[in-house]
Write a protein that binds this ligand. Structure first.
Ligand SMILES: CC(C)(COP(=O)(O)OP(=O)(O)OC[C@H]1O[C@@H](n2cnc3c(N)ncnc32)[C@H](O)[C@@H]1OP(=O)(O)O)[C@@H](O)C(=O)NCCC(=O)NCCS
Length: 184
């Protein structure tokens, strides 16, 4: 389907909240089961939406839409954030990431937000960086900065703190997009 602003949306695709029943399939897509359990707990606590993208009823991608918390608002961060977007390897390069991001933007818009943040390592994740720029995300800093984050280790259950390069990006959502809805 081609929408009025010229973007493709995927036929047979849907986005919904992740559930316990999705955990086995999610671990096939990426071996980070402990992280997925945390994401479900965060979602239950209202801190973030943990979303899965389905094509022909099969999960092929996941992402989180993190909501501003009272702490983040106090820290001056009032916008929602797309976090940990991941497309199954065999589903990449076919518009999945593009369509998923458009749908998440529609949700954020449906929830009343005017803009949306994300962060990317433009060197290590150059493909994601190119995708975000193509979709209208603008870099906030002139250069990426070094920061640290907690990642899953190779076993998928342990944690390692790693330094990485990050560039924050933001998109103005004020231009309407057809089919925007808040998640169920
Ligand atoms: C980055 C990522 C999310 C992109 O997802 P994707 O589904 O491949 O994204 P899209 O298909 O929408 O767009 C990606 C590419 O496919 C091309 N494309 C889009 N629709 C297409 C179609 N119908 N047919 C062929 N190619 C298409 C795009 O032009 C784009 O070009 P590229 O090959 O130069 O990157 C995915 O590669 C991924 O999960 N990577 C690992 C995790 C990661 O880096 N996450 C982001 C962290 S910030």
């Amino acid at each position: 389907m081609r929408t009025t602003d010229g973007e493709q949306t995927e036929a047979g695709a849907a986005v919904r909240k992740a559930t316990e029943e999705d955990l086995a399939r999610l671990a096939e897509i990426r071996n980070t089961p402990a992280l997925f359990a945390e994401y479900l707990a965060d979602a239950a606590a209202g801190k973030a939406f943990f979303l899965v993208y389905l094509r022909d009823r099969r999960i092929v991608a996941f992402a989180r839409l993190k909501m501003p918390t009272s702490e983040s608002v106090e820290a001056g961060k009032k916008r929602p954030l797309i976090s940990d977007l991941w497309v199954a390897e065999d589903a990449r390069g076919r518009g999945t990431g593009t369509d998923f991001i458009h749908r998440i933007e529609g949700m954020a818009r449906g929830l009343g937000y005017r803009d949306l943040y994300l962060g990317v390592d433009p060197c290590a994740d150059s493909r994601a960086f190119a995708l975000y720029r193509r979709l209208g995300y603008k870099a906030i800093q002139a250069q990426p900065y070094r920061t640290t984050g907690v990642f899953c280790d190779a076993s998928g259950t342990g944690r390692v703190r790693k330094e990485y390069l990050r560039l924050d990006m933001v998109k103005d959502l004020s231009a309407p997009h057809p089919g925007d809805t808040a998640p169920d």
